[in-house]
Ligand binder design. Structure first.
Ligand code: RP5
Length: 315
């Protein structure tokens, strides 16, 4: 219910803002509300976790047409297959099977050190399983996600301005705006470029996850002589997004959520000294020019767009 209320409040805010931007008075507000509307339940229709073959498997998702995504829409033929990857067996980072009598989760709560609270609001439990607040995905079970319900991640969006050889900031010839660069990794599991994020360990603070994941994935866990600078750089970030991720691993009963934080190096003098080399589950790491044409993993482009808007960079 809380989820639906949030969605409807945002919908009316979006409509109001669009109306006023049509009148030419609040363009920016209208645009940012519309950007928000792209990822709220009841409005946003996930696409990366629908009508595809499930990652690392040959399990085909049950087809879910646009008009049948939300649980409020009847879909009487809906018969999704159940998929649970064997890699979850015995992993300390994974929950037990739902039918295991020793598994007694506290849904929608902090369950010991495991955070089962969703940023989106209170999720419903159906047939003993949490229900994806964004609707049908064509698969039941957990797939390859460790937790039933929300799986919490953190995404550090590390940025700097693009510079030319003479050290001047590069301006895009069409938009006239400065070009932002982000530190991106190529994911080993799917080959897509992504923000170097990762899962929040039980009991871990998000701020610690952000720094740890960046270090693991882009510096192979060794900042060497700039360890102090890295520490300082990650002490000051700006939260840009907290919510659902349209991740290809999502199912009807398990889904990704994230807190994304921007760490921007205005002068370029700090991150330029970071010794970047891919580590952990990254195949490659690089500074990537940010723009509309860049395709990123899951809903990472939406997240990066928020940073672009905030820093008034080229898109
Ligand atoms: C995405 O998966 C999150 O936004 C984050 O970037 C990532 C975390 O999963 P792993 O990289 O740990 O697989 O949904």
């Amino acid at each position: 219910m809380a989820v639906r209320q949030t969605a409807s409040r945002l919908l009316s805010a979006t409509a109001r803002a669009s109306a006023s931007s049509a009148a030419g008075s609040a363009n920016d507000v209208g645009e940012s509300l519309l950007a928000m509307a792209r990822i709220i339940p009841g409005i946003f229709k996930h696409s990366r976790c629908r009508n595809s073959v499930y990652p690392a498997s040959d399990v085909r998702r049950y087809p879910v047409p646009d008009e049948s995504v939300f649980w409020s829409q009847t879909y009487s033929d809906y018969q999704p297959p159940c998929h649970e990857s064997p890699i979850l067996q015995g992993k300390e980072w994974a929950d037990l099977e739902i039918e295991n009598p020793s598994f007694k989760p506290k849904w929608n709560q902090l369950d010991g050190k495991v955070n089962r609270v969703s940023f989106i609001g209170e999720y419903e439990i159906w047939d003993d399983c949490p229900l994806n607040p964004f609707g049908r995905t064509g698969i039941r079970g957990r797939g390859i996600l460790g937790r039933w319900g929300p799986n919490h991640a953190a995404d550090p969006v590390v940025t700097r301005w693009k510079m030319d050889e003479s050290g001047q900031q590069v301006v895009h010839p069409v938009s006239g705006k400065r070009i932002l660069q982000m530190c991106a990794i190529e994911r080993q599991d799917c080959g897509e470029w992504a923000i170097p994020g990762g899962m929040v360990d039980p009991g871990e603070k998000v701020s610690a996850t952000l720094r740890r994941e960046f270090l693991e994935e882009t510096m192979d866990n060794d900042a060497g002589e700039v360890a102090g600078e890295v520490e300082q750089f990650f002490a000051a970030g700006t939260e840009i997004y907290k919510g659902y991720v349209d991740d290809p691993r999502n199912t009807d009963c398990a889904w990704m959520e994230t807190v994304a934080v921007n760490f921007h190096d205005e002068s370029g003098s700090v991150v330029g000294r970071f010794p970047l080399h891919a580590g952990d589950d990254a195949a490659k790491v690089r500074w990537m020019d940010v723009g509309e044409e860049v395709k990123l993993y899951a809903s990472h482009s939406n997240i990066v767009k928020r940073v672009v808007d905030m820093l008034e960079a080229h898109w």
